[in-house]
Design a protein around this ligand. Structure first.
Ligand SMILES: [Zn+2]
Length: 381
């Protein structure tokens, strides 16, 4: 991942120290013995490394609640959240959502700015102003991370931000030049997945799949504790996998792909055709919840296919957990049992029952994904 501005006071840790800091971040408070076991380090090596991390104030000993009567107590280690703060941004059409987090990923501040700007330069100017305002209030801010819909492979440029109508834009360089902080950019679903893996409901997993429902259909994966980027940042592009051979055509000419069967707009179109009147996505969810038979059939058909799609992803990477989220998640929540049936019906017979969870996340949760990128850059370079 590239830095696009000088991160002069970022800690310079060697690979082993980085792995210790990351393990404390993800699993802390954690006992030294457990940390040594996880990382396969000897006790003297760990002692040397943790001493250094405590000296640089990245890690601290958690105060003992009750000291042992005899002997020197071994205090668990945790990340020192106050050591540095970070701005995370999620860019959507017409607005930017920002959070400030501490080094432990805990959210301190939330801020949203709306803008009518469409052109990338004007839009990013507004985002830069927001970052400067946050920094004026919080001098501990050491870096910025941005999640944006579209492929990003170098921590800097989005190649094609389809929903914003942008071509290739060097989002990281533009913002870094404007605010004077290191800025790291990534695809928004991948950024969200990183924060779910480090701080959220995937924290205890080494392998994870996150599927997002909404205006688009997104997918990102963690395998063996590594967020998968893929060649040119385009892994997880499953939004055009076919789910139904006789389904309607998408903008790219496929029949019945995920982009028409599972997105908010696609579901609204299918339901509108079924009832013979124009419906918005939110109305479809409400009608289906209230038991409207025609809309219910449409949503349940798509829900079963969503389960089938989850099964394909799960068969491919065998994640410990599947997380469904995104602003269109209510569709899956109200058809939960059908999604699970579609998953179970299509999953490999070798698999154990899947750990599938559905989460309502807002755009500030997505912005926290940006902060996770900034923290990753700060700690791991
Ligand atoms: Zn398609």
């Amino acid at each position: 991942m590239n830095a696009v501005a000088d991160g002069a006071d970022a800690p310079r840790l060697d690979k082993t120290a980085q792995s210790v800091a990351l393990a404390v971040l993800r699993h802390g408070p954690i006992a030294r013995a457990e940390l040594a076991r996880r990382l396969g380090l000897s006790s003297p090596s760990l002692t040397r490394l943790t001493k250094e991390l405590i000296r640089t104030r990245l890690v601290r000993e958690r105060p003992a609640e009750q000291r042992a009567a005899t002997g020197r107590p071994s205090l668990p280690l945790e990340i020192n959240g106050d050591a540095a703060h970070f701005v995370g941004i999620k860019i959507v059409t017409g607005a930017a959502y920002a959070v400030v987090t501490d080094l432990a990923g805990d959210v301190i501040t939330r801020r949203r700015v709306g803008t009518r700007a469409r052109a990338p330069g004007t839009f990013l100017n507004r985002v830069a102003e927001l970052i400067k305002e946050l920094r004026a209030d919080d001098p501990r801010i050491r870096g910025v991370g941005v999640g944006i819909g579209g492929p990003v492979s170098d921590g800097n440029s989005v190649r094609h931000a389809y929903f914003l109508g942008w071509g290739e834009v060097e989002v990281g360089s533009i913002l870094a030049a404007a605010v004077g902080l290191p800025v790291t950019v990534h695809n928004d679903v991948k950024a969200l997945t990183l924060s779910q893996h480090w701080f959220g409901s995937g924290r205890d997993c080494q392998s994870l799949a996150v599927l997002t429902l909404g205006v688009g259909f997104g997918c990102a994966m963690v395998i063996n504790d590594a967020l998968i980027t893929g060649d040119r940042g385009i892994s997880g592009e499953i939004g055009h996998w076919q789910l139904r051979a006789d389904g309607p055509e998408c903008s790219e000419g496929h029949r019945g792909c995920a982009s028409v069967m599972l997105t908010s707009g696609g579901l609204a179109r299918l339901a509108s055709e079924a009832v013979g009147a124009p419906l918005e996505f939110e109305e479809c969810v409400r009608l289906a919840r209230d038991g409207d038979p025609a809309v219910r059939v449409v949503l349940e058909t798509s829900a079963y296919q969503l389960g089938q799609l989850c099964a394909r992803v799960a068969d491919l990477i065998a994640p410990e957990r599947l997380i469904l989220c995104g602003d269109g998640i209510d569709f899956a929540i109200i058809t939960d049992d059908v999604v699970r049936r579609g998953l179970a019906d299509h999953r490999s017979s070798l698999a154990d029952p899947d750990d599938l969870i559905m989460e309502r996340l807002d755009f500030f949760d997505w912005a926290r994904g940006g902060a996770a990128l900034a923290i990753r850059h700060y700690l791991l370079g």
